[in-house]
Design a protein around this ligand. Structure first.
Ligand SMILES: O=C(O)CCC(=O)C(=O)O
Ligand SMILES: [Fe+2]
Length: 930
């Protein structure tokens, strides 16, 4: 037993080990220290970056007499001195609050999460609330008072449970666009000169332009008051310009680059090189990529040679360089927060503006922290069994974690910094093995160390941290892909939220633009729909679903495991040439329909095999296997389900879909995704669709009693049936059909197992409690009364059901015979002809993964162009929720590819989230993230 093992065994069995649940969470002391250190490395940039941003407020300098002219005082000795001290104080304050907050997170929350002043929040604090050098709505000291109070309110609303409620009323698109917009805003800051690369500079004609010029080519702006006009130079046309010869006139930090100097600054190019280095390291998934890039640029900038055009220290580095070098030489300094600590000023609460700031802090911080905490908890849940309670959505020590955040916000305000929050970068340490609060204690320890090295940290140049901001922006912007861009009602508010943030240099204005436009657009459309409903009196006239979205919006998305799922999902589309279980004993021509289909004037042979279930078993197995390998589709005839049951079932579905919308809405899909999904509720192919799919539908599952243990699982619970007063036979007939197809499914799973040379009962245990969903569908003829039939138009992104693969194992599809279904087995869309009475069976993603791609989950879609309405019913067969879908060794041996394992239920939830706008996440306990 090595030294580390001995320590680990000791800690695990000690009172400390039990308190932190080291054993239960399947970790070790050294693993925690390593995980915590990695997280520290990824968040350490906050020391320099946060201090850099907050220093733009000027701190107390604009109000304590050192910089009386605001930004105009920059360059005077007293002001520069004050600002330098303030910046150091901000570094110490940032480190100090990180020490305290991470310590509390470790001890009280027992979570391996890093907590530090939030990016975005500090930008809001600096550029919107206080403004550059105090030019905003309130002073730095008043803004701190708002942060102080915010911490208390944060704890309060967490304790009373308001958190969950608030997060559900924010429109999803606004929330997604906010994260992305904050990313764009951060990138904009990182590209400018004050906090970044200096690539983007001021331009009098276009507001911004390409810069990156060395000092000799910079034209600064001068600001002067009317009183100073006399000493200005008056031009012949009467305009006044500053006379630099007059003392006390100082340039703004913004400048315009003469074109001869554009992109000739060594500092800018060094920063760009650092940024590229960071990006490559990130792409290779190396720990501490941002840190390495920042250090790379910093070390080079510290070489105090007159030949170093990228220098930051020393007289050759331009204004302020010598003072920076003097401070740098101290290396170690006693932490000093005297310029920022205990500066609260509560007098601002007499004005409305501070209240507005307070509410915005609360809103932004609340969503930020809630989202991040849930996404991190979700990520941890992948490693720690039962970490999240599926029923209540709560995770272990959730409330203490929220309270730690709130308390730290308040303590942070006393020290002088903007609100703290949980950092998504914690995911890097979790990936490295961090599972408990010990990792957070380790983070706290590293911040203590950094507290004493402020001279070094204060000497990190803005062009070292600027590229990190740009890259963080690049990562945050991922959220916009989840916005429903095809829907104008969502797209416009989302876009405004996103674009207004960087262009107004304000997160709050972006959010306000988004929410206001969302209310106006959605409110007007809803009113319009309502009025036309009253005039024409036909619910058909209403774009169903749109008004319902207003109350059913859910927030959240970005989270680590979701992106993991998505990247895995990509693997399901694979190279057709690698397919095929070449056992050579097949005669492909055996019992094929060889159907000739007319498609756009072209005759296509789909040749989907027909399996006659009444035939001899060996031949059934053989055809089945061939179909799975070649097409992923087959017809099943003589399956034993009486035609009378099928037609009675379809009659009932007709009757249901004919009901007025408000009747159908009474069983709108619930948190288990059971019930009615209105017209245009789903978009099966969000990437290629310009509008949602033109069908309405229903979901029924295996009946699970509400008070049973199983009902705690997502997607499990009682079905929602239409009222018996309206449709007396609906439930009986639909249930009978469900039961009949369930029995057929059991038989088919045996054939499926045999077709893979596996024992007949191979799938039985995995489908002991299947997630088997029956989905009656109605593709409507016309959306607008009196208008033309609504036909699909694939060429401009209009589908009856967008291209998709099914998610589970097998799908049993029955249709009314109206054409529409198409498959894309080999890069070309071909129609699937109707065979009366036969089921169309297709394979889903999970089966493709189980077989290592030997069996295919084929892309298909529905395109109704014949102008008739169409009814169909899909029966999706998926394994029990907990089943882990992992390639069968037998299939690997036959040349199957390996896929990362997935959990059946989790995979489905991810798919439902991505394709159904009305699916409530309320029960998942997963993936609720910022
Ligand atoms: O309606 C159809 O024909 C197919 C429906 C479908 O593919 C699905 O819902 O997954
Ligand atoms: Fe499908």
């Amino acid at each position: 037993m090595g030294y580390a093992d001995k320590i680990n065994a000791r800690v695990e069995n000690s009172i400390v080990g039990r308190y932190f649940k080291v054993k239960e969470r399947n970790t070790s002391f050294t693993q925690e220290l390593r995980g915590g250190s990695v997280t520290f490395l990824t968040v350490a940039y906050i020391l320099a970056v946060n201090a850099g941003i907050l220093a733009d407020t000027g701190g107390i300098c604009p109000t304590n007499g050192a910089c009386p002219l605001g930004p105009g005082s920059i360059g005077t000795a007293a002001c520069d001195d004050c600002v330098a001290n303030t910046k150091r104080s901000f570094i110490s304050a940032t480190a100090a609050i990180c020490v305290i907050a991470n310590f509390l997170m470790g001890i009280m929350g027992n979570l391996p999460l890093a907590i530090a002043p939030g990016m975005g929040l500090n930008a809001y604090f600096t550029y919107t609330v206080v403004g550059f050098f105090g030019t905003g709505m309130v002073t730095y000291q008043m803004a701190l008072a708002a942060v102080f109070i915010e911490g208390f309110i944060f704890v309060f609303i967490s304790v009373i449970g308001l958190r969950t409620w608030l997060t559900t009323i924010v429109p999803k698109s606004i929330w997604l666009a906010s994260s992305a917009g904050i990313g764009a805003f951060l990138a904009f800051i990182g590209l400018q000169q004050a906090e970044g690369l200096g690539v983007v500079t001021y331009n009098g004609a276009t507001a911004v332009g390409l810069g990156g010029c060395p000092p000799g080519y910079r034209n600064h702006q001068y600001t002067f008051s009317t009183a100073q006009l006399e000493s200005a130079c008056i031009l012949s046309d009467g305009a006044a310009i500053a006379n630099p010869a007059n003392s006390g006139w100082t340039p703004s930090s913004n400048y315009f680059c003469e074109s001869a100097g554009v992109m000739r600054s060594g500092q800018t190019w060094l920063g760009i090189a650092g940024g590229m280095l960071m990006a490559v390291l990130l792409a290779k998934n190396l720990k501490g990529a941002l840190m390495v890039g920042i250090l790379f640029v910093t070390f080079i900038s510290w070489i105090p040679s007159s030949g170093n055009h990228a220098a930051y220290l020393g007289s050759s580095a331009g204004p302020g360089g010598q003072e920076r070098l003097d401070y740098f030489r101290k290396v170690v300094a006693v932490p000093d927060t005297s310029y920022t600590a205990a500066q609260l000023d509560f007098s601002g609460f007499k004005t409305g503006q501070l209240w507005l700031a307070l509410i915005t802090f609360l809103y932004v911080d609340f969503l930020d922290c809630t989202g991040t905490l849930y996404s991190m908890a979700n990520f941890l849940g992948l490693y720690i069994p039962n970490f999240i309670d599926k029923k209540t959505l709560q995770f272990e020590r959730q409330l203490p974690a929220f309270c730690v955040d709130g308390v730290s916000i308040t303590v942070g305000a006393v020290l002088g910094t903007s609100p703290v929050t949980v950092f998504v970068e914690s995911a890097s340490g979790i990936r490295e093995g961090a599972r408990t609060g010990i990792a957070a204690l380790m983070i706290s320890f590293w911040f203590i160390v950094s507290l004493f090295f402020t001279p070094l940290l204060a000497s990190i140049p803005p062009y070292a941290t600027g590229p990190a901001l740009v890259l963080v922006g690049a990562m945050m912007v991922i959220n916009i892909v989840k916005i429903d861009w095809a829907n104008i009602q969502e797209a416009v508010p989302a876009f405004l939220t996103f674009i207004v943030m960087p262009l107004t240099y304000s997160i709050a204005y972006g959010v306000i633009a988004g929410i206001m436009s969302w209310i106006i657009i959605n409110g007007s459309v809803a009113a319009w729909n309502y009025v036309s409903l009253k005039i024409w009196g036909r619910p058909d006239h209403v774009e169903e679903g749109s008004s319902w979205k207003m109350v059913r919006q859910m927030t959240f998305t970005l989270n680590a495991d979701r992106s993991l799922q998505e990247s895995e999902a990509l693997h399901t589309f694979q190279d057709p040439s690698t397919r095929g279980m070449k056992d050579g004993d097949e005669s492909p021509s055996a019992s094929q329909a060889a159907a000739e289909v007319e498609l756009g004037g072209k005759s296509v042979d789909t040749s989907i095999p027909v399996v006659d279930f009444s035939a001899e078993e060996a031949s059934v197995v053989k055809t089945w296997r061939r179909a799975c390998i070649d097409h992923g589709f087959l017809y099943l005839t003589n399956h034993g389900i009486p035609e009378s049951l099928v037609s009675e079932f379809f009659e009932q579905q007709h009757a249901f879909f004919r009901l007025p919308l408000d009747q159908k809405m009474t069983i709108i899909q619930d948190e288990n995704n059971r019930g009615y999904t209105p017209y245009k509720e789903s978009t099966l192919d969000p990437e290629n669709s310009k509008r949602p799919d033109t069908h309405e539908g229903l979901y029924f599952g295996r009946e699970v009693a509400a008070d049973s243990e199983e009902a705690k699982l997502p997607l499990h619970g009682p079905n929602q049936w239409p009222s018996e007063d309206l449709l007396p036979n609906y439930r009986r007939v639909t249930q009978a059909y469900y039961d009949a197809v369930t029995a057929l499914m059991r038989r088919s799973l045996h054939i499926l197992a045999l077709s893979l040379d596996l024992p007949r009962d191979h799938f039985d245990a995995m489908f002991a409690k299947p997630i088997a969903s029956l989905r009656p569908l109605h593709y409507r003829r016309a959306a607008v009364m009196g208008g033309p039939a609504e036909v699909a138009s694939p060429e401009d992104g209009g589908f009856s059901a967008g291209a998709h693969t099914d998610y589970g194992c097998l799908t049993f599809l029955m249709t009314d015979g109206t054409p529409g279904l198409q498959i894309c087995p080999d890069g070309e869309w071909v129609a699937v002809p109707h065979i009366r009475g036969a089921f169309v069976i297709n394979l889903g993603d999970m089966l493709e993964r189980w077989t290592g791609g030997l069996y295919r989950s084929t892309l298909h879609r529905v395109v109704c162009t014949c102008g008739k309405e169409r009814f169909s019913a899909a029966f999706f067969v998926e394994p029990s929720f907990e089943t882990v879908v992992q390639v069968f060794p037998e299939c690997l041996a036959k040349g199957g590819k390996s896929y990362p394992p997935i959990q059946s239920g989790e995979y489905l939830l991810g798919k439902y989230r991505a394709t159904h706008s009305g699916y409530s996440l309320a029960k998942e306990g997963h993936a609720i993230a910022a």
